[in-house]
Design a protein around this ligand. Sequence first.
Ligand SMILES: O=C(O)CCC(=O)C(=O)O
Ligand SMILES: [Fe+2]
Length: 233
Amino acid sequence: MSAITLATATDELQTTLLSQGFVHLESVLTPEECDAIMAWYAEPARFRTTINMARYRFGEGEYKYFSYPLPDQLQSLRQQLYEMLVPAANLWSKALRLNLVFPDSHSDFLTLCHDKGQRRPTPLLLTYGDGGYNTLHQDLYGDVYFPFQPVFFLKQPGWDYEGGEFILVEQRPRAQSRAVSLTPKQGDLIIFATSQRPVMGSKGYYRVQMRHGVSTVHSGHRMTLGIPLHDAK
Ligand SMILES: O=C(O)CCC(=O)C(=O)O
Ligand SMILES: [Fe+2]
């Protein structure tokens, strides 16, 4: 697999992130790139831990956390995603009063994580078979987190699997939860709010909690590549 180059972020991407808490970018990876990434799953030396989701009542399915050093293409993607998102992250940091300035380079941000004892890599490959699902959650692994989280869709819905929508649920203060259901195609990228998103109200920005998960896979095999940009305790 050759180097994967992401387009630089547009103002439109930032506006969309701010207005809906996520953005859907189509065909970022080719089917060949998706296949090459999925083939890593069978190579134990690439991973530090395997999680059986049912054992922790996280859902039904399995995922593996990569170990450091990450595969070159993944390392490069993670850096590019960080650089693409850092201006929006600093806007959000102000709006959410997170009291954190995100540095320009990903390696400097990882130093902030490491200083807080968050030294373990978080990128992961997730797999779901018939009946698989992922309960609503947030991926916070310590005090430091990046406000956006990317996930790549590696299989083709309607062909490789049925069901298994990507679900985002937002919880506004004093309101019932609202869900958005997405069915990205193979090679698509979703960038979503890791924890909270700012929404403009009459007294300035307020915080809306976001959680994500996966609805039941009715048949077939679904696979994703999650790339949290913060490290874990
Ligand atoms: O498989 C999915 O779509 C969910 C992935 C996920 O939870 C993550 O990337 O953090
Ligand atoms: Fe997640």
